[in-house]
Design a binder for this molecule. Structure first.
Ligand code: FES
Length: 145
């Protein structure tokens, strides 16, 4: 192998490495939780318009509600029907860092804890599931709190 070819291959593998990293990042962005729309505060409860949040029509769908204090909760469609919704805090139960959706789970960017979409603990260092909030729903509205 000539010196020039060796240099070219080395440069190409580095470029391929960068491309793979970029491709690896794309699914994360594509799977990020969709921001919720049509959310109203009523007393100490949150009302989520289910018709406006199409992501919640399908099992595995997620919408995220972000608050001005930096905290976030997610509404997750875990099963069909009015009882098939979960509302979970996105604060990691290890040290409180906000978890991020990656494919069908939540991953903590701080130390790598992993949680199922519904909040169950998959992998530590966190030792407990994401906090759940009471949620009830009709065909049109979910009520959290
Ligand atoms: S804060 Fe989430 S794993 Fe440590």
């Amino acid at each position: 192998m000539s010196m020039e070819l060796a240099k070219d291959l080395t440069r190409r593998s580095v470029l391929c490495g960068i491309a793979l990293i970029a491709v690896g990042l794309l699914p994360e962005a594509a799977n990020a939780a969709v921001p919720a729309v049509g959310v109203k505060v009523k007393g100490k409860k949150l009302l989520v318009d289910l018709k406006a949040n199409k992501a919640l029509a399908k099992v595995g769908g997620v919408v995220q509600i972000d608050f001005s204090d930096g905290s976030s909760i997610a509404v997750v469609r875990t099963a069909p029907g009015n009882k098939g919704l979960s509302a979970i805090s996105l604060a990691c139960t290890h040290q409180g860092v906000t978890v991020i959706q990656q494919d069908k789970q939540w991953v903590c960017p701080a130390h790598g804890s992993q949680f199922a979409l519904g909040g169950a603990l998959v992998q530590g260092p966190a030792r407990s599931a994401l906090q759940k909030y009471p949620i009830t729903a009709t065909a049109t509205t979910a009520v959290i709190g």
